[in-house]
Design a protein. Structure first.
Length: 368
């Protein structure tokens, strides 16, 4: 039986764990990325590597010590080094004496046979093709339910009466969904979760700001890499809307394409007509769309040395002026501290509140 691991990316591990177990593998669940994880990654990674690379390397080193023998991850296409990272990780692990296998999935639309072969490689339970499809569907169902819970937490947290209640409920819903294995159980857990969120006492009169989060996928999805920015903003009375969820991204990567993404690409076109790798173009497109939807501000999250996000960063000031939307950028690496981030967020939120008040005053003056 294979002992598989995969990187943490928000709550997605709950769905991947079920899928890997259903296919007959033992899952070596990595600990949540911590300072120890990052220190390990920094120690053995090339200096120029970006933050996700270092966190993933640290994760693999931790799970290798726990007996993991197979890494399951995704590759990447286009002008970004992400496509090479999984193979570099494997080479470094081998150099350090960990003889691990790597199953690296590429976009199935472009590499269908390769995708099939890799799924079979992980099919330790020798399931039929139909059973594998059913297991993938259930994993997908669970992932969508998890995303739904997270979206609810973003909405309710800035309005909660007692600080911390939403985060507690959100953790509970993750436990319920972790235990659910059939479609029916997943539906029931999701319904219970909705009920629990709706029962959180809220202040309906609180003035809540709306901020869009854009940037590179890993630092957007993994709270440990962005120092729990969504929770911090929620506690400051800000409703966050994240531009990317794994279900949305995976749908696109599976070849179906999403309306959102097409419109995001179109929105970015006047500023950035080319695909520059990573999610740089999406960062621009989403910022334009958030401005059109009258959001109060946008925050860009970018790993330090991430070229696609650096390019996007140089274009964002122009987008910010033309569309009249304040934008704040965080470049994240192992030196980034939470206290510094909180200070910058407080200043940004203060600026957004003043801007909103001034707009209201100007509108009132124009009417009188
Ligand atoms: S998108 Fe940026 S952070 Fe992600 S792998 Fe590419 S260069 Fe690194």
């Amino acid at each position: 039986m294979r002992k598989v691991t995969f990187p943490h990316m928000g709550h997605s591990y709950i769905a991947f764990k079920m899928l890997m177990e259903d296919m007959g593998n033992e899952v070596i669940l990595p600990p949540r990325p911590s300072k120890k994880t990052l220190d390990l990654g920094v120690k053995y990674a090339p200096e120029f590597a970006c933050l996700p690379y270092k966190i993933l390397l640290g994760t693999y080193l931790q799970t290798a010590e726990m007996g993991m023998d197979t890494i399951v991850t995704s590759g990447g296409a286009g002008p970004c080094r992400a496509g090479h990272y999984a193979h570099l990780h494997k080479a470094i692990l081998h150099d350090l004496g960990y003889n691990v296998d790597l199953v690296c999935f590429e976009a199935p639309k472009k590499h269908p046979i390769d995708f099939y072969r890799k799924v079979q490689k992980l099919n330790s339970a020798k399931l039929s093709v139909l059973s594998i499809i059913e297991a993938i569907k259930r994993g997908w169902h669970k992932l969508k339910a998890l995303d739904h819970m997270e979206k609810l937490s973003h909405k309710i947290r800035p309005r909660e009466l007692k600080r911390g209640t939403t985060s507690k409920v959100y953790k509970m819903t993750q436990l319920w969904l972790d235990e659910a294995r059939t479609h029916k159980e997943i539906e029931e857990a999701e319904a219970e979760g909705i009920k629990a969120f709706n029962n959180i006492p809220q202040d309906p009169n609180r003035e809540v700001l709306k901020v869009g989060l854009v940037g590179e996928i890993y630092v957007l999805l993994e709270p440990a890499s962005n120092l729990e920015i969504e929770e911090t903003l929620g506690h400051m009375g800000v409703e966050v809307e994240r531009s990317m969820f794994l279900t949305g991204w995976t749908r696109d990567n599976l070849g179906k394409g999403t309306e959102e993404l097409i419109s995001v690409t179109d929105a970015a076109k006047p500023y950035l007509p080319e695909l520059i790798g990573g999610h740089g173009r999406d960062t621009i497109g989403h910022t334009v769309l958030y401005a059109k939807r009258k959001f109060d501000g946008v925050i860009q999250l970018a790993p330090f040395t991430c070229i696609p996000e650096i390019v996007a960063r140089t274009i964002l000031p122009k987008v910010s002026i033309i569309h009249d939307i304040p934008v704040l950028t965080f470049f994240l690496d192992e030196q980034t501290g939470k206290a510094g981030m909180v200070t910058r967020l407080e200043a940004f939120v203060d600026l957004l509140r003043r801007k909103k008040q001034n707009t209201k005053l100007n509108q009132a003056a124009a009417l009188s």
